[in-house]
Design a protein around this ligand. Structure first.
Ligand SMILES: C[S@@+](CC[C@H](N)C(=O)[O-])C[C@H]1O[C@@H](n2cnc3c(N)ncnc32)[C@H](O)[C@@H]1O
Length: 312
């Protein structure tokens, strides 16, 4: 088996796909409902992306694959969401994913979700996901990895990674990656030339920001009435809600003043290369796409270990 092929569900702008590609997999096809995310995806990856609701996907029409990936919508499980889990329409999308798994029967299923999936509904939600895969004859393992511990990126981002194998030998050979020793500084990911619109000098909350923000090595967050400093010199988790509300994007102090991170800096904090191109969308759209995405180096490390497990 030389080329190992991947099909990607809930592909977003392609973070998981880029991680698998980096590890040596070939992406065969992808599916994503959001047209703007599909446009960003197409600018950077050149295989077939079906821009449609997963409910309309007929797996029989798709070319065969070895690995199926899915960073399925996390809102139904995240702390910020309404905690309805599978009763939520977005949680029910999990069953669409399972429909595709059942029909395609891939050798590996790789899923990514928010850390809160683990404790959601006293752990029953995750157990249910695992049991559903086990009923389809998969052997399932999962782990919570934090981006700042498993890559050199200075972002605090804990995510659950679920890996399911059809064959016992593959499952036995697989292990989650080791922790990374080195870490980049926040300053090292900053852009040199940043437009005025990212700065806060003329904002109503500027006096409060100025009083609280004095460390150039870390990120801050505006929390309704106060500023929260990250004491570990990390950027807080980049989330999709950066795209809504003016102050949800992490803040920094640079040599010129106080500003929010730019979309390019958020992309760097997720491990996207600077060659990754964005369409001419409003910054709010780009922030949302990047918050929804993944830390590419963490995905690449797990994917590499999946490849090792499959190739022996
Ligand atoms: C957490 S994001 C995954 C992002 C992706 N891992 C990346 O790196 O960009 C979940 C994605 O699922 C997509 N989605 C939600 N409902 C969907 C549906 N019914 N069919 C297909 N995609 C859907 C969303 O538009 C979103 O891009």
């Amino acid at each position: 088996m030389s080329i190992i092929k991947v099909g990607s569900l809930f592909a977003g702008i392609g973070g998981i796909d880029l991680g698998f590609k980096k590890a040596g997999f070939k992406i065969e096809w992808a599916n994503e409902i959001d047209t703007k995310s599909c446009t960003t995806y197409k600018k950077n990856l050149n295989h077939n992306i079906i821009c449609d609701d997963i409910k309309n996907i007929n797996p029989e029409s798709l070319s065969s694959i070895d690995v199926l990936t899915g960073g399925f919508p996390c809102q139904a499980f995240s702390i910020a969401g309404n905690k309805q889990g599978f009763h939520d329409e977005r949680g029910a999308i999990f069953f669409e994913l399972i429909r595709v798994v059942r029909q395609i029967n891939p050798r590996v299923v790789f899923l990514e979700n928010v850390k809160n999936l683990k404790s959601h509904n006293e752990g029953k939600t995750l157990q249910y996901i695992i049991q559903t895969l086990e009923q389809l004859d998969y052997l399932v393992t999962y782990n919570v990895l934090n981006t700042c511990e498993y890559s050199d990126l200075p972002q605090n981002r804990e995510r659950v990674y679920i890996v399911a194998f059809k064959q016992q030998a593959d499952f036995m050979r697989f292990q989650f990656p080791q922790k990374e020793v080195k870490r980049k500084s926040i300053r090292s990911i900053l852009e040199n030339e940043v437009a005025d619109l990212f700065y806060y000098e003329n904002s109503k909350i500027y006096p409060l920001l100025k009083e609280a923000m004095n460390n150039k090595e870390t990120c801050y967050q505006w929390r309704r009435h106060y500023v929260r400093e990250n004491k570990n010199n990390l950027c807080p988790t980049l989330t999709a809600n950066m795209g809504t509300g003016g102050h949800n994007v992490p803040l920094i102090l640079d040599d010129r003043g106080i500003r929010k991170l730019t979309p390019r800096e958020c992309a760097r904090l997720q491990g996207f290369p600077d060659s990754f191109e964005f369409p001419q969308y409003a910054n709010s759209v780009l922030y949302k796409q990047l918050g929804n995405s993944v830390s590419i180096p963490v995905i690449a490390k797990i994917a590499k270990n999946i490849l090792l497990a499959l190739k022996q």
